[in-house]
Design a protein around this ligand. Sequence first.
Ligand SMILES: [Fe+2]
Length: 201
Amino acid sequence: MKILLISDVISPVIYSSNLRDDPRFKNIDLVIGTGDLPFDYYDFIASNLNVPLLHVFGNHVLMEDEKKPSFINLDNRVKITHRTIIAGFEGSKRYNRGRHQYSEAEMKFKILKMIPRLIWNRIIHGRYLDILVTHAPPYGFGIPTDPAHQGFKIFLKFIERFKPKYVIHGHIHIYDSNRYRINEYKGAKIINAYNYRILEI
Ligand SMILES: [Fe+2]
């Protein structure tokens, strides 16, 4: 399966009249957006590539987008597509009174609610999930000194317990090189989807 990951910034390479003919984006099966992007951009990609789009909201969401039912919102949900089990949690660590922000305890509660479904997956499919999609990174994969960008410690526990193969997040902008784009934690590949990236699994 070839997945286009997008996050945080609109890429001129993608938001281009050439998208359909660009060989880099041939045979994409699925688009995953990890947040802080306008739905107009999602619309453009999903209709040009003619593929389903799964997403979680980031901490920056346009008011008009919150009300739109378009696309598949993965927050608190588990979706199975191409025999791949994908689950998601939206938002960032709380740093002001804005929406789509959570304390560690609130995020833990969201995870607790998903556990019965993950156990069901384990019984039926032999594994809890394959891909975890979040906006904020697991703690240690963000910016430790910045409360808004340090990420969630509970995601580390989630990875240890439920063993996703991939964790795809956004929220952390990459300005210099690809150095921090892919990391590993307890056997899971931690991928920062910032801008765009193609994942083949
Ligand atoms: Fe963000």
